[in-house]
Design a protein around this ligand. Structure first.
Ligand code: MRU
Length: 355
């Protein structure tokens, strides 16, 4: 096996230019690569709400940056008064999207930092929160690379791997979770080819996964969501790997709508179904997946493609953005601290509490 020359350093959805934060508008990819500038917490919240930035770890990182920007703008005389305003800013950012727990995880970390340093001056708190937000950003890519190392042995040379949605560099600070494992396998010299579900209705697979894998020269074939079963029955898929937005303590996995269907198909065809996610995606406070809040999005995502109307005016629509895959359908959960298989309850607890 020879090493494949790929440059995985280039795709990052959030960057800092001349002290300003910029985000790649993921709604416009792949047709246009447009970067927007962000200076305030409200602007960042709007970017998360409207999916300029999306993907569980990426919205966690964005929220931390939004909290830093919010902190920067607070005019308070005492640390306690500062903290009260900071909590309100974090609550505003947390309300942008409900399912991915990475968002609240990052904001809780920012709040914990501020709360633990209330004996400092307001200026010191602001500087400290800037460092904390930058640390969350940098750590995310390093975590994904570790996850890749833990997960890549599960993918053998020559495997054809199906993925759903986009759990790549674009969904994180860089490198990706599910696509990070694929990148690590390719970097280890294995020939991996990817089948990307288009992922209706927001089409993250066709627009984003296909775009970033093509950019990295990793062979990728796009399919419609309803083709996975047929291809599995023909023996054309060897493994499935997806990311996650929230994993309950028992290993039930919330991820992009359609993931559950793919997991059932994988089980029917005896194909391993892997989930790659950082421990910040694991929510030990929820005993099972039925407690995970599922975001319901605008019906227009289904009735229209951009400005083209596909469905009759006024048609009733359901648009849940995520579903929950029960733990029994999950072959393994790959994290930066190791891989969980079998008894998820115990193993996830160990991985989350590991230092
Ligand atoms: O609605 P999105 O695009 O934010 O949903 C993203 C997903 O469901 C991803 O699969 C998940 O966040 C994992 S990203 C590493």
């Amino acid at each position: 096996m020879s090493s494949c020359p790929i440059d995985t350093s280039v795709i990052r959805p959030i960057r800092f230019v001349a002290g300003q934060c910029q985000m790649l508008d993921q709604r416009l990819l792949p047709a246009e690569e447009i970067w927007h500038n962000y200076k305030t917490a409200e602007e960042v919240a709007e970017a998360i709400r409207t999916m300029v930035v999306r993907g569980a770890p990426a919205i966690g990182v964005a929220a931390a940056i939004g909290a830093w920007f919010g902190a920067r703008d607070i005019e308070a005389a005492t640390a306690d008064a500062f903290y009260a305003e900071f909590e309100a800013i974090c609550a505003m950012l947390a309300a942008t999207r409900p399912t991915a727990v990475n968002l609240t995880w990052a904001l809780e970390r920012m709040k914990r930092f501020a709360h633990a340093n209330l004996d400092r001056s307001v200026l010191e708190l602001k500087i400290g929160l800037e460092y904390e937000a930058l640390a969350i950003t940098q750590e995310d890519e390093a975590i994904n690379r570790k996850m890749g190392q833990h997960g890549q042995p599960l993918l053998s040379d020559g495997m054809r791997v199906l993925t759903h949605c986009n759990a790549g560099a674009l969904a994180t600070a860089g490198y990706g979770t599910a696509l990070g494992v694929i990148r690590a396998a390719v970097e280890a010299g294995k020939k991996i080819s990817v089948l990307a579900d288009e992922t209706r209705p927001f089409v993250q697979g066709a627009r984003l996964t296909a775009w970033e894998l093509k950019k990295d020269n990793i062979p990728v074939t796009l399919i419609c969501d309803n083709m996975a079963g047929y291809l599995m029955s023909k023996g054309e898929i060897d493994a499935v790997i997806v990311g996650a937005d929230r994993i309950a303590a028992n290993g039930d996995v919330a991820n992009k709508i359609g993931t559950y269907t793919v997991a059932i198909l994988a089980r029917e065809h005896g194909i391993p179904f892997y989930v790659a996610a950082p421990v910040s995606t694991i929510d030990l406070s929820l005993s099972d997946g039925s407690q995970i809040p599922i975001e319901e999005r605008d019906s227009r995502e289904i009735t229209h493609v951009r400005d083209i109307q596909l469905a009759p005016e006024g048609i009733a629509v359901k648009n849940p953005a995520f579903d929950v895959t029960p733990n029994r359908l999950v072959t393994a959960i790959i994290t930066e601290n190791g891989v969980a298989e079998g008894n998820y309850q115990e193993r996830l607890y160990t991985l989350v509490t590991m230092r």
